[in-house]
Write a protein that binds this ligand. Structure first.
Ligand code: PMP
Length: 418
């Protein structure tokens, strides 16, 4: 029949495939440096103390029920989420230049943003025909970015980002791609803690990137999945986003700006799917604001009817309760500093073993991941011969390291590079 003849088996998702192989591995000293999920010093998932407190408060309150949320989400969540990324004093908020809608975590936010752009955003090329915008993604990027946009029928292109030989940012390549892309293209930027490289532009580099984007009237699409993981500070990790938004309509002439925000990692709400899309308008325009709100709502209504409630209520409780917010900021420091310590210990061990090569890039990188520079063959040998699992690109989730396994991992890396 048709099904038998036409439906092809696809290969397993690389990351979830890795997770399955790890689960089947019987070695007791195996180490999972694959998926980007925070682990504590014992290698266990961590429920943030702020989340525990919020859950207790929520379950004991009169607002605790499992009713539907509005189509656009839990209002006290989406408005507080906007303040987290844009800052309490954001003019985009006070001057009504913002539309926010709740999404299925960061992935759902990217999907809604992509569909919104596909439906509503036509870039005006030299030709008379307006065409769909191309989404420019960093090389490398989170692998899911490609298919999130490709399934919508949007074209994706890559911009240079990681310079393999220097293990640093290819700013020249990036700027020249921004310059040569058709005017009004969409550039997806990792707001902080770049996945997979762990390498972020510094402030001076960000300014050059934003200047170049503005000159070509490109549309910045910030993917913010790790706010707080790089520095431990929400404000510091939002520097680039705020720089772009606060200078819109003056220094920067963007046609608009989109932010896809995930609370999966920074509140540890991975499976609860808590996120938001924020659309920033170049100027205050109530008619446009309402129009965008209605278009986003139509997408949500047709696809999921309304977003999941439980996680959004917990995150809202944290963001809107001063003591819990303080606890959350503390939790971010706990996570980011533990990861920072593990980076340092890994490098210390490699140096102690006099492992061939240079390893200081591991401590210079930030966020959940490190692009180790290990080759696919070395990664394969780490998995097969030592039970140490990381992605073929050489990306290691540093959150998987702990005092009990870091020396072993260093020893194994040493063995495979010699
Ligand atoms: N963007 C990036 C760069 C990511 O690394 C991730 C998570 N791996 C996401 C978005 C979205 O994740 P989630 O859908 O779980 O929020």
């Amino acid at each position: 029949g048709f099904f038998r003849a036409n439906i092809k088996q696809l290969p397993a998702d690389p990351l979830f495939g890795l997770k399955a192989r790890y689960a089947k591995d019987l070695r007791s000293n195996k180490v999972d440096l694959g998926i980007g999920a925070y682990r504590d010093d014992n290698g266990k998932p961590w429920i943030l103390p702020s989340v525990r407190l919020a859950e207790n408060m929520l379950q004991n309150s009169s607002e605790y029920n499992h009713e539907y949320l509005p189509i656009s989400g839990f209002p006290s969540f989406t408005s507080a989420a906007a303040r987290v990324i844009l800052g309490d004093d954001s003019k985009a908020i006070s001057e009504n230049k913002l539309v926010s809608i709740q999404s299925l975590s960061g992935t759902g936010a990217l999907h809604v943003a992509g569909l919104f752009l596909k439906n509503q955003y036509k870039s005006e090329n030299e030709s008379a025909n307006a065409s769909l915008p191309t989404i420019y993604l960093s090389n490398p990027t989170w692998a899911n970015h490609f298919q999130i946009f490709n399934v919508l029928g949007l074209k994706t292109e890559s911009y240079p980002y990681w310079n393999t030989s220097t293990k640093s940012l290819d700013l020249t390549g990036l700027l020249s791609t921004i310059d040569s892309a058709p005017e009004g293209s969409v550039f997806l930027l990792h707001a902080t803690a770049h996945n997979p490289t762990g390498l972020d532009p510094n402030e001076e580099q960000w300014s050059k990137i934003l200047d170049a984007l503005s000159k070509k009237r490109h549309l910045p699409l910030f993917d913010s999945a790790y706010q707080g993981f790089s520095s431990g500070s929400l404000a510091k990790d939002a520097w680039a986003v705020r720089q772009a938004v606060n200078n819109m309509g003056s220094k920067y002439q963007f046609p608009g700006l989109l932010i896809c925000q995930s609370f999966a990692k920074n509140v540890g709400m991975y499976g609860e799917r808590v996120g938001a899309v924020h659309v920033v308008l170049p100027s205050n325009d109530e008619i446009l604001q309402n129009a965008i709100q209605s278009q986003l709502s139509k997408i949500i209504r047709s696809e999921i009817s309304n977003p999941p409630a439980y996680g959004a209520k917990i995150v809202s409780k944290i963001l809107n309760t001063p003591e819990l917010y303080k606890q959350w900021e503390q939790d971010l420091i706990t996570m980011s500093s533990r990861i920072g310590k593990m980076r340092q210990e890994l490098v210390n061990e490699l140096n102690r073993l006099e492992t061939p090569g240079t390893w200081n890039h591991i401590t210079e990188q930030q966020g959940m991941f490190s692009f180790t520079g290990l080759t696919p063959e070395q990664v394969a040998s780490l998995e097969k011969d030592h039970g140490v699992y990381l992605v073929g690109s050489g990306r290691a989730s540093i959150a998987g390291l702990n005092p009990g396994n870091v020396a072993y991992v260093a020893k194994c890396i040493d063995a495979v590079v010699r």
